[in-house]
Write a protein that binds this ligand. Structure first.
Ligand code: ARG
Length: 285
């Protein structure tokens, strides 16, 4: 078993996260198999779980900023979908579902206020839901939401090689439900730019699975149970992995590789097909 960077140790670089309070969160429509309209959401529980995630990030040295929630946009809490921010540049989203399309303007206003120009996507593109910066590459999902033509736009915009991956299981409709990047980022902690990932192979087409196997021969492989528990909807700072507590095997495997799992329960958000990563947009300067 390879020794990973996480074991070697200097303090993780502080990250900057953008999040949106779940004030208007509910399950009003169904745009993925997890959603059952009318499923009651416990607003207190959702708010408490979200607040715990905010406080946990801060307790680990990360910065959390928030965008004002907009009434009538129940999925706006899933900040990851609003953009991909890399090298201080913002690639805005163009949502697949009409119900979510107004979120683009709400987030664009926040970015503008924060001093960023937002480059609008021409094709359907759901930000970090389907775009995962992974060292020297951007891994990009398609099949349910983000269109393959958006992958090309992303490569042109950032000048980073984009690896297109086909998602085939509707339960894992966004790339960030089936895969996350463990780190390190290029230049961090002696990182070479390769880094490593955790993923659930069966969420991908055979060719994409093979491509991932070649790129990441030492990846952490998750079980179906871990994936269904939204264990792959995790956020890593290179050492700590903020992860669903129900992803038991994955947590063991991460410990074995020298990572420090930090369980945070976002069970209420699973009713909408979301978890930790979905609620977290990373602003990379
Ligand atoms: N209900 C939302 C949707 O289906 C959930 C989005 C979850 N976000 C994510 N990054 N996977 O669009």
């Amino acid at each position: 078993m390879p020794v990973e960077r996480a074991q070697l140790g200097s303090a993780p670089i502080p990250r900057r996260y953008l999040m949106c309070e779940p004030r208007h969160f509910e399950v009003r429509y169904a745009i993925n198999p997890w959603m059952n309209p009318g499923t009651p959401v416990d607003p207190e529980l959702a708010r408490g779980q979200w607040q715990t995630l905010v406080e946990t990030y801060r307790a680990h040295g990360h910065t959390v900023e928030t965008v004002a929630p907009v009434a009538g946009l129940p999925d706006m809490v899933f900040a990851a979908n609003a953009a991909l921010v890399l090298d201080g540049k913002v690639f805005g989203s163009s949502f697949h579902a009409p119900e979510r399309q107004p979120e683009s303007a709400a987030y664009a206003a926040w970015f503008k206020e924060a001093g960023y120009d937002v480059h609008p996507a021409e094709s359907v593109c759901e930000g970090e839901g389907d775009l995962v910066p992974a060292g020297r590459y951007v891994l990009a999902g398609t099949g349910f939401r983000t269109q393959r033509t958006a992958h090309r736009e992303v490569q042109e915009f950032f000048g980073r090689p984009v690896i297109s991956l086909d998602l085939v299981d509707p339960r894992f409709y966004h790339l960030d439900t089936a895969l996350f990047f463990l780190g390190p980022e290029p230049g961090e902690d002696g990182g070479t730019g390769e880094g490593n990932i955790a993923y659930y192979p069966a969420a991908f087409s055979p060719g994409s699975r093979e491509a991932l196997r070649r790129l990441y021969p030492d990846a952490v492989i998750a079980t179906e149970e871990d994936a269904l528990a939204f264990g792959l909807n995790s956020v890593s700072d290179g050492r700590h992995v903020f992860v669903a507590p129900q992803a038991l095997d994955l947590i063991d495997r991460l410990v074995h590789r020298g990572y420090v799992p930090v369980p945070v329960d976002l069970s209420e958000f699973r009713k909408a097909g979301g978890g930790i990563k979905c609620c977290t947009q990373e602003i990379r300067s």
